[in-house]
Ligand binder design. Structure first.
Ligand code: CA
Length: 293
């Protein structure tokens, strides 16, 4: 497949994650989680803004009014994209100071889902939460170790979900009317030699793209048959997440991380932490759902 891989911008994130494409401003946003930074790069002009939230930020999603909704070290907040000013909403884990929010996304009905993980990454003390449009949060999945990728099937019947150490993509029955989850099954498993499943997106054909931490690659899967359809190698080990953006949602933006790499590994991977764009995959995405709360 004649695709190209290019670096975007000149930032090297320590823990780059959570790319979101805002088609209204042709901007790619992503977070540098432990630094507490939100990056926003206008692709047409190259204008790059960085918000410093002063607190670990695991995820941001778009709101219709241009603000962001974020999952932070300490709960949910709205973020003003121009000033970085935060308006706290709620912290469902105020009783768990050893946890932080990690990956998240909005569902097709505008609820905001985000999961937590222990800072130590070694115990299943995390959960997956949903914050409804009434801004109340509910705990939906428990005993999570590293809550990561989320994607909804286009028929809105399933939520696909990654808890990284499980080495699989789970499929939950999903009720879009209520936001409730039903039975949990395994959609497909990730071979250990391919690295750890991290962030995820769904393309217009309903196929899942999975980022592989420690695996130097993105992979594309049919979640119905469990077949692996494609793999794209990247010049960095820790591939963290991906989303489609650009003209016609045909460009695949990919985040990466420097975290966990030795000096020698960093020397061998000078682009670790960079944002990449892959063109020519033959796949395309759809607009990100907004938080309607
Ligand atoms: Ca992640």
């Amino acid at each position: 497949m004649p695709y190209s891989i290019d670096r975007v911008g000149d930032t090297l994130s320590f823990l780059g994650e959570g790319p979101v494409w805002d088609e209204r401003t042709s901007t790619i946003l992503w977070v540098d989680i432990l630094a507490g930074h939100v990056h926003a790069l206008e692709t047409a002009t190259g204008r790059h803004a960085r918000l410093d939230l002063g607190e670990a930020v695991g995820v941001v999603a778009l709101c219709p009014d241009g603000r962001l909704v974020a999952g932070l070290k300490d709960g949910f907040a709205f973020v003003d994209r121009r000033t970085g000013r935060m308006e706290r909403i709620h912290n469902p884990e105020a009783h768990l100071p050893g946890n932080r929010f990690n990956d998240g996304k909005c569902d097709p009905s505008g609820r905001f889902w985000a999961g937590t993980m222990p800072l130590t990454e070694d115990r299943p003390t995390g959960s997956l939460y949903v914050m409804g449009t009434d801004r109340h949060a509910h705990r939906m999945v428990t005993a999570v170790t590293i809550s990561n990728g989320l994607a909804w099937s286009h028929d809105r019947r399933y939520l696909y979900y990654i808890d990284t150490p499980t080495m699989l993509v789970a499929r939950f029955d999903y009720d879009d009317a209520t936001g409730s989850l039903g039975e949990r099954r395994t959609a497909f498993r990730i071979p250990r030699e391919d690295g750890y499943p991290d962030g995820m997106t769904i393309d217009a054909e309903g196929m899942l793209w999975v980022a592989h931490w420690g695996g130097w690659q993105l992979t594309r899967w049919d979640p119905v048959t469990g077949a692996k359809l494609d793999a794209i190698r990247l010049p960095v080990a820790n591939v963290t997440s991906c989303t489609f953006g650009g003209e016609g949602f045909a460009d695949l933006y990919v985040t990466s991380a420097r975290k966990g790499l030795s000096e020698a590994q960093l020397a061998a991977q000078p682009l670790a932490g960079a944002l990449f764009v892959i063109r020519g995959t033959g796949s395309k995405g759809q607009p990100a759902h907004r938080f309607l709360g």
